[in-house]
Design a binder for this molecule. Structure first.
Ligand code: NAD
Length: 726
């Protein structure tokens, strides 16, 4: 027997230890070749009388198996030809056949989980009769498939509910929850948690003590825990589950619906037919553009950008060991915290020692929260805080590799700190600005080294948001870009690279969403309908709630500045007037004040739309088609992204799609605004824009690039040449 991915060790007791160790990878994947190996193993296990049982474990540090090989799956994704449907179905049925062989050989099979088992990794373990996991806080167990538009396809939707019941299985799979070993044991997914040193011994002892073994579902008396779909409790689970699913996803995510169907339909039949049902749904999801787009953006592109795909390869790595942060407010403190957590020494500067200290204190509070959640230790807190020096002294910046300014959004204030820092930092230091609106090329001119100046735009709250938008000024040199990307990767965030423009890429496109929502309200469409349309479109919040959270006052300031500086107009339009009436007449600037378009409760949660705002108008329009509102809200953002391509603000579809989903929560099921257009097709998108333009105004007019692509049957991923092209 020749195994590609496993080591085989047959001991004196007749127990085989199979150690998973995929070549050239830091983690194991359930690839086609791993399945082929397991097929041979299952065959030999059944036939060879000298083998008494099997223990499957892994040689990778902290990892049993990270899941299926998505790159292999992506080959079929979104291409529903008869051949690819058949090939994908056969592939999944082969996995089922292999796992069934493993669990029905009659001989005991134990999984010794030395670390994380996700997706196909957890499904491999579930095909074993016994699961023991190492006691390691790093370990994660779960099914992430739903996050890329797929379903657990290696038996997860059938084995998990048969093991723990549909009530526990459904939310676990639908929400792609990741849990630790203790919780997995509590749920009944694994049998035991032991210290590292006892792992293999425990698995072997179990094999020895269980000369023959089978799965509960192969037992003739098997009953589904908690009852099947037609039992009283089962009926409740599925009725309530369906309603909750609809409420949470608005049915934008076909995979979540398919998981529900697999569990429901699968529990009505035996395991073998259940697995066949799962394979059919899996292939159906794989052929759906939703999974193709989600896999591409949220897995492949994110991985490529995370590895530095946009980094100028000519530049040597820039290891930021010392960072200077100017401004210890909301953003500066957050940046200091994530940087110190990555082991970077941070000098945090503000105008007074008190303010600088309060920035450091913010980091301490975030760490306290982590400790309370069991995600950090008090020792780690001391260690991380020791990396932050809060001061008012610019001299302390002398040896920094990178500066990040996050002072007030005011050109003169920024110019002041840039000048002061410039005077002390070394020649090789790179200067980054976290400005949200001021052009980078202009700010760079206030520095003595515009070629070392680059925009490094974070999102709030810094510790939670995974994106950093890097903005190139006219003179930004490749080394400054390389430094910005290397720094972003060091703090474990995903960098996208854009060119300088008003609002850069993310704020500019995102602004069209709130603006369109305001226009709808100005048209007299009843606000709750507008808010619901936003959420139904797949956005995390309705346009008015987002405005509140950004600050209606901030949005008003930006709108006013754009009107005066770009449109050279003295007359505010209706949407600006709406914001001004809220901020200036009613003193309701948004969430931070507990009042904006919404009233907020003490925890800062939106309690209700402000009744007086609703009472301003007697004859709100309730007749608007919600689907039309959803279309307007998505198209206006996608169109702006297309304009950013035409103007060269953005140049790579991966940046555009990843930036949109991570940066402002653009409907993830679309795979991003560019995937949204490509999936519809440029021709259909242009026709849609023309219809909307005639109905609602020229802001919907398609640009020349889109028209050209429509005429040539082209798409963005092809034309703008991302590696993971469709
Ligand atoms: P903030 O008001 O919370 O913090 C600004 C800090 O800068 C304050 O602590 C202030 O004391 C300090 N400061 C002002 N002048 C200074 C000077 N001369 N020297 C040193 N420190 C000085 O503001 P923020 O929300 O953290 O925003 C900071 C920057 O980040 C702005 O450019 C903003 O546009 C940008 N930004 C903000 C967000 C956001 O959501 N808040 C998101 C992305 C980018």
């Amino acid at each position: 027997m020749k195994l590609e991915n496993f080591q085989w060790d047959h001991d004196a007791d007749g127990i085989v230890t199979l150690t998973w160790d995929m070549k050239g990878r830091p983690v194991n994947l359930l690839s086609m070749s791993a399945v082929a190996d397991l097929g041979q193993v299952a065959e030999t296990l059944a036939k060879d009388v000298t083998i008494k049982g099997l223990v499957i474990t892994s040689a990778k540090d902290g990892n049993f198996c990270a899941g299926a090989d998505l790159e292999e799956m992506a080959v079929y994704a979104g291409k529903p030809s008869a051949e690819s449907v058949k090939a994908a179905f056969d592939l999944m049925m082969n996995v089922h056949k292999t796992f069934r062989k493993l669990e029905t050989s009659g001989k005991p099979v134990a999984a010794a989980l030395n670390g994380t088992a996700l997706g196909g990794g957890l499904e491999t373990a579930l095909s074993c009769h016994y699961r023991v996991a190492v006691d390691d806080a790093r370990s994660q167990f779960g099914f992430p498939e739903g996050q890329v538009g797929l379903i657990p396809g290696a038996g997860g939707t059938q084995r998990v509910p048969r093991l723990i019941g549909a009530m526990g299985a459904l939310p676990f799979m639908l929400e792609s929850r990741r849990i630790g070993a203790a919780e997995a044991a509590g749920m009944g997914l694994i049998h035991k948690v032991v210290p590292q040193a006892e792992l293999i011994a425990d698995a072997k002892a179990w094999v020895k003590a269980n000369k023959s073994a089978g799965q509960p579902w192969d037992n003739r008396d098997f009953r589904i825990p908690g009852g099947g779909p037609f039992s009283t409790s089962g009926a409740q689970v599925f009725t309530v589950g369906n309603a909750m699913l609809r409420q949470k996803t608005y049915d934008n995510y076909p995979a979540q619906r398919a998981i529900m169907s697999c569990v429901y339909e699968g529990l009505l039949v035996d395991i073998d037919n259940g697995l066949k049902i799962e394979a059919r749904y899996f292939v159906k999801m794989l052929m759906n553009p939703v999974s193709r787009n989600m896999i591409r953006t949220l897995f492949l592109s994110m991985q490529e950008l995370g590895k530095g795909a946009r980094r100028p390869q000519t530049e040597a790595p820039v290891d930021v060991k010392r960072l200077g942060v100017l401004g210890a407010g909301l953003m500066g403190a957050g940046i200091a915290y994530v940087s110190a957590s990555a082991g970077i020494d941070v000098t945090l500067i503000d105008t007074t020692q008190e303010r600088a200290d309060s920035g450091k204190d913010h980091a301490a509070k975030l760490l306290d929260k982590q400790i309370a959640r069991g995600k950090a230790t008090p020792e780690e807190k001391v260690e991380i805080l020791s990396h932050i020096t809060a001061t008012t002294e610019y001299a302390a910046l002398k040896y920094v590799d990178l500066i990040l300014e996050a002072v007030f959004e005011d050109r003169d204030v920024k110019a002041g700190v840039i000048g002061k820092a410039d005077a002390v930092i070394g020649d090789r230091a790179v200067f980054g600005s976290n400005t949200s609106t001021l052009p980078i090329s202009g700010l760079a001119e206030t520095s003595t080294r515009p070629e070392s100046f680059v925009g490094i735009h974070f999102f709030s709250p810094v510790e939670r948001m995974g994106l950093v938008e890097i903005i190139l000024g006219k003179k930004t040199a490749p080394r400054a870009l390389a430094a910005a990307i290397d720094f972003t990767r060091k703090i474990k965030k995903t960098p996208i690279v854009v060119n300088d423009s008003r609002g850069f890429y993310t704020s500019r496109c995102f602004g069209t969403y709130t603006q369109e929502g305001l226009r709808m309200v100005a048209e007299g469409i009843v606000p709750p309908l507008v808010e619901n349309a936003g959420r139904m479109a797949g956005m995390p919040m309705g346009p008015l709630e987002v405005l509140d959270s950004v600050g209606v006052d901030t949005a008003l300031k930006i709108t006013r500045a754009a009107r005066k500086e770009v449109f050279k107009s003295e007359t505010p339009d209706e949407t600006e007037a709406l914001m001004a009436s809220l901020v200036e007449d009613a003193q309701r600037p948004g969430t931070k004040a507990g009042k904006g378009f919404y009233d907020y409760d003490e925890r800062g949660k939106a309690a209700r739309l402000w009744p007086e705002f609703l009472a301003r108008k007697k004859n709100w329009r309730t007749d608007a088609e919600v689907q039309e509102l959803i279309t307007r809200l998505l198209v206006i953002q996608a169109l702006e992204a297309a304009r950013c391509f035409e103007e060269g603000v953005i140049t790579d579809p991966r940046d555009a799609d990843v930036g949109a989903i991570l940066g402002w929560g653009f409907a993830p099921y679309t795979g991003g605004p560019i995937s949204y257009i490509d999936t519809m097709g440029a021709k259909a998108f242009v026709a849609l824009c023309e219809r909307l333009s005639a109905a609602y105004g020229p802001r919907f007019a398609p640009n020349a690039l889109l028209k050209d692509m429509a005429a040539n049957g082209d798409n963005f991923y092809r034309r703008f040449g991302a590696k993971s092209a469709a």
